[in-house]
Design a protein around this ligand. Sequence first.
Ligand code: NAD
Length: 344
Amino acid sequence: MAHTVTLIPGDGIGPELAEATRRVLDASGVAFEWEVVEAGEASIAEHGTPLPEHVLASIRRNRIALKGPITTPVGGGFRSVNVTLRQALGLYANLRPARSIKGLDTRYEDVDLVIVRENTEDLYAGIEHMVGPDAAESIKIITRYASERIARYAFEYAVANHRRKVTAVHKANIMKLSDGLFLESCRRVSVDYEGQVEFEDRIVDNMCMQLVQKPDLYDVLVLPNLYGDIVSDLCAGLVGGLGVAPGANIGEDGAVFEPVHGSAPKYAGQNRANPTAMILSGVLMLRHLGYPDVADRVELAVRDVIAEGAVVTHDLGGTAGTSEFADAIVARLGSASDAPAATR
Ligand code: NAD
């Protein structure tokens, strides 16, 4: 039976990456039916809104979506579609693995980190207003409910994926109430996993320095929304950049898989951007759907093509276009499934 998946191509480089990803996933052997819906700039002209109700309805119905990046205007303009979507669908956990890929020119060779970012509250919710003409106020809300929920997700992820440690990241020395509550919630949840998963905490500024100097000391990181957003780009930088950083937004009633990066408007329509991050988001989707072996096979095909280095995109030092890179992965998947199992 085919899995019906909502596919949101998105803005900027999104449509090219979505097409490349769709081709790779279709070659994986799992049957997909893609329900393509537009959100973002493409949808404003037609529907007058960047996030029409039928897009949310499609994801609610299918409970699963693959999404390209969506442009968010700086300053004025519409509210972030990404934030609205995560809140509307209760996608409370943002999972962003950062794992080294052989063949890429990076400072470290064995980075293997998993960011678990709270996805619904904190300053990132964008609750703000002007206080008179010359001052603006942003409201940071942290709740015990959301903090314990994300901490539990991080620990459950660690147990299910044989991870040794969870590190809570915060600024509770300064924001004693809000980040203090986040930290207290993580500590409280950690007690249920004593003996199974180690727990520690770090102040966010120190965490950034430590990640740059000694990423091997860390494993699963759990963070409030805004720090999670920032630290996950830092971790992407450790493993080859935004072009290779996948992500998943997970909730009780559905999941949306999307790369960490944005719409990179300067590369839009040039067949130049790297589809790896979106393809690896598709790999996370395959795992979520219960196909770990297929997910491993697709991930290996991506890693093999990058390690060989003959067909890689510009951001990775190559000259291949988005579609040529996808072709190479599809060819790799084809040759792997033709080969006898013993040689795979
Ligand atoms: P960006 O991620 O689009 O680009 C940052 C840098 O990384 C640029 O140099 C870009 O060219 C490069 N880059 C990103 N993805 C790449 C890829 N796949 N291949 C090669 N190079 C890649 O970040 P930005 O410029 O800050 O944001 C652009 C727009 O995207 C903004 O409107 C922002 O709000 C939006 N955005 C959306 C999402 C999302 O939809 N989830 C996430 C982040 C940013």
